[in-house]
Design a protein around this ligand. Sequence first.
Ligand SMILES: Cc1cc2nc3c(=O)[nH]c(=O)nc-3n(C[C@H](O)[C@H](O)[C@H](O)COP(=O)(O)OP(=O)(O)OC[C@H]3O[C@@H](n4cnc5c(N)ncnc54)[C@H](O)[C@@H]3O)c2cc1C
Ligand code: FES
Length: 258
Amino acid sequence: MKQENATVIEHHNFQGDYRILHFAAPTVGPLVQPGQFLELQVPQLGDRILRRPFSIYKADAESVSILYKPVGRGTESMRLLNVGDAVNIIGPLGNGYPELSEGKTPVLVAGGYGNAALYLKAKELPVQGVAFFGGRSALDILCIDEFKALGWDVRVTTNDGSLGTEGLVTDAFDPWLTEQNTDVELFVCGPNPMLKAMGDRAIEHGFTAWLSLDENMACGVGACLTCVIKRKTADGWEWARCCKDGPIFESREIIWED
Ligand SMILES: Cc1cc2nc3c(=O)[nH]c(=O)nc-3n(C[C@H](O)[C@H](O)[C@H](O)COP(=O)(O)OP(=O)(O)OC[C@H]3O[C@@H](n4cnc5c(N)ncnc54)[C@H](O)[C@@H]3O)c2cc1C
Ligand code: FES
């Protein structure tokens, strides 16, 4: 984990409300593993306001990108960032997705900005499988051409039917799963109800699912305990910090709370 004043080198609309922020980040960029995130200090909010967490969409030796959607005070203020502005970032944070297990077929499942969080994993995996992407409408289905270009078989569902099949991501995944003879391993990122739905299926059908939990975070480095969840242990449960012990957990580790 490093801290760096990263200079904005690109900032533009991507699709619908989503925007891309690309930083020169020669300190953080080379360290990034798929599924990790960074904590960004929004300059317009001043230095006493909590940082905001964002999955790392792309990274290389010189730079990092995030794909974000303005939803509140911090992310709305980020719209004001201009090329040349310096933004303090801490990263890469979190555990990242593990390696694919020997002999398994990888399956990606994502919704909204979860697609961005899975892009580096999709690029790194030694084999390509099926990618199930869901969203409210066509504008929430991100980067599908990039996943297709990497060789993924992309299946889209939208709640309003404006792209792909109408319904939830599970409406496409369930019939597909019943036809499989292969041993699948899932890499999932999206809203918690989607994560739980995929985790339940993993437990029921006996496959592994790596779920990237979306919990509110404050410090992002394991100190404040804002982001704790209950994790199963051999004799009960323990608190686990999503920012430090996660955000990625195997489905069987998580105790879901209402
Ligand atoms: C590990 C991780 C990775 C993330 N990656 C991305 C990403 O790649 N792109 C992206 O657009 N967003 C991502 N988020 C969500 C992003 O951090 C929040 O949207 C942001 O912190 C909201 O800040 P704000 O000040 O604009 O909103 P606030 O004014 O703080 O809140 C506005 C609304 O956003 C909700 N919100 C606040 N924090 C979160 C959160 N952590 N997750 C979900 N909803 C939240 C609040 O409940 C509220 O309804 C990620 C969150 C986590 C934990
Ligand atoms: S956000 Fe502070 S411990 Fe996780």
